[in-house]
Design a binder for this molecule. Structure first.
Ligand code: BG6
Length: 490
């Protein structure tokens, strides 16, 4: 295990502390950091909730969730007990000023130098909470506020949520989480590009034919139907996670790996995305919704049955073609796709290089395959480079594509940490590099909103696809029109 950077003692205050995000993601991540001796017992964690709860039932509840959400081999009840000795339940009703008086008393009793307010609540109350924190003088210079999507449902609603937060906090104190940026392999994308000299010369329209970004999920909407039906795949996945991945692939090298240098470069990419007009939308985007089918041998319901609503027009799948209009990427399509209830859960980026200019091995059953760089983000994290080689033996040149394969599991003897572990520690350390700045979110909304509006105005149809399939037929057509096809290899 490598040594982790020490942290300043911190008060971590989680609004919505007894909710799903807190118990399923934040608490397990803090436990891992405690187990690895980074989050130490000087830190205090306050889980805020709206219902009265005695200490005993609180600790029991925590334990149950800890056991459920931490991998069996990693969960140690003694360590958990030590960790949760520093976790406290606080009854807070965000509507009531008196609740914040109480909270202030508790925090001000031996306050820690760093203070984090994590708003694991609906965005509709972010503003109210921030104003209460401000009027109760709970915001110190070393205070950060953490928020997470959905950050609005369009540009306007994002701006209104954002403004209400910025009335109380400085931009530098606001940490907008996109958990994809906390994934090890996503961070590795920057290292792959900017710590290896061999790719840079190839990383442009001279050599790259196109880029594919796939985030496929085998799960359906589960119990999140209420939220999801208002959102759909474009808002839920493309506007944030997929566009962030696109930025990391397309951005120029920042001169330093400092927060604003990195985010300035990402912003330039978002601002260079060619808007998809109403006329092109039908050709450049595909919307799909899953019907019943079978995933990994198990029969599953369709989306509308999952939802209990027969007439939903919400997309659970999107495929689209985007262009980054700058010198580096001029004319290179970026194909993005994401969907629920796909045959496999996997996220992957494929850089498809152009073919050799002339095939000097004629008379073969097939021309040399083009090179591809395949960056597998999850699961089975790896980087593979497809090369064409000669099959050994006599009989002339027989060519075959093979992989140079860097598998993370085989190369490193490390547990790959969960995204939230890295993100939470960066928040405490005050490093916002992996968080979205306000102008990035705005630019991402501006581009996505165009598509949402074009879909609405043209009433673009939703194609049905069977659960457990590779998605709607038109997603294949989207690439076939350009003589390309999706990389499908699990
Ligand atoms: C979330 C979306 O942001 O990301 C979910 O709201 C989606 O709908 C999830 O399932 C996917 O994240 P991961 O880390 O499992 O790929």
């Amino acid at each position: 295990m490598t040594a982790s950077m020490a942290l300043a003692a911190t008060d971590m205050v989680i609004f919505g502390g007894m909710g799903d995000l807190s118990l399923r993601k934040i608490m397990p991540a803090l436990y891992y950091r405690f187990q690895e001796k980074q989050w130490n017992s000087d830190g205090r964690i306050f889980l805020l909730g709206r219902t009265g709860m005695d200490e005993d039932s609180f600790k029991k509840h925590l334990l149950e969730h800890g056991k459920n959400h931490i991998k069996e081999g990693d969960f140690d009840e003694n360590v958990w007990n030590e960790f949760t000795a520093g976790v406290h339940y606080v009854l807070v009703n965000s509507e009531k000023s008196s609740s914040f008086d109480e909270l202030k008393k508790i925090i001000d009793n031996n306050p820690r130098p760093v203070r984090v307010f994590y708003l694991a609540t609906p965005a509709s109350i972010f503003g109210k909470i921030c104003h209460q924190l401000k009027s109760h003088e709970l915001i110190t210079p070393e205070t950060r506020v953490v928020i997470e999507k959905p950050l609005g449902s369009n540009l306007e609603s994002f701006k209104s949520i954002n403004n209400s937060i910025l009335e109380c906090f400085q931009e530098s104190q606001v940490y907008r989480i996109d958990h994809y940026l906390g994934k090890e392999t996503v961070q590795n994308l920057m290292v792959l590009r900017f710590a290896n000299n061999i790719f840079e010369r190839l990383w442009n329209s001279d050599t790259v034919d196109h880029v594919q970004i796939t985030v496929a999920e085998s799960i359906g909407v589960g119990t999140r139907g209420g939220y999801y039906d208002e959102s759909g795949a474009l808002r839920d996945m493309v506007q944030n996670h997929l566009l962030q991945l696109l930025c990391l692939v397309a951005m120029e090298a920042p001169s330093h790996i400092t927060p604003d240098f990195v985010r300035d470069e990402k912003l330039k990419v978002l601002n260079s995305l060619r808007p998809i007009s109403e006329n092109e939308c039908q050709q450049m985007t595909v919307r799909g919704q899953y019907r019943s089918g079978s995933v990994n041998g198990e029969k599953v319901n369709g989306y509308t049955e999952d939802l209990g609503k027969t007439n939903s027009k919400t997309e659970t799948y999107v495929a689209l073609k985007a262009y980054v209009d700058n010198w580096r990427w001029s004319g290179v399509p970026f194909y993005l796709r994401t969907g629920k209830r796909m045959e496999q859960r996997y996220s992957e980026i494929v850089i498809q290089f152009r073919p050799v200019p002339l095939n000097i091995f004629p008379g073969l059953p097939s021309a040399p395959e083009t090179n591809k760089l395949i960056i597998r983000l999850q699961p089975d994290e790896s980087v593979k480079l497809q090369m064409t080689t000669k099959v050994p033996g006599p009989g002339g040149y027989r060519l075959q594509p093979v992989y140079l394969n860097l598998s993370f599991a085989e190369t490193f003897d490390h547990r790959l940490p969960e995204a939230y572990e890295r993100l939470l520690m960066d928040i405490v350390r005050g490093n916002p590099t992996l968080f979205m700045r306000s102008d990035e979110v705005q630019a991402a909304w501006k581009w996505s909103e165009n598509i949402l509006e074009a879909w609405k105005d043209t009433n673009q149809t939703i194609q049905s696809y069977a659960a457990g399939s590779a998605g709607p037929a038109d997603a294949a057509v989207l690439l076939a029109r350009d003589g390309a096809k999706w990389h499908e290899e699990f």
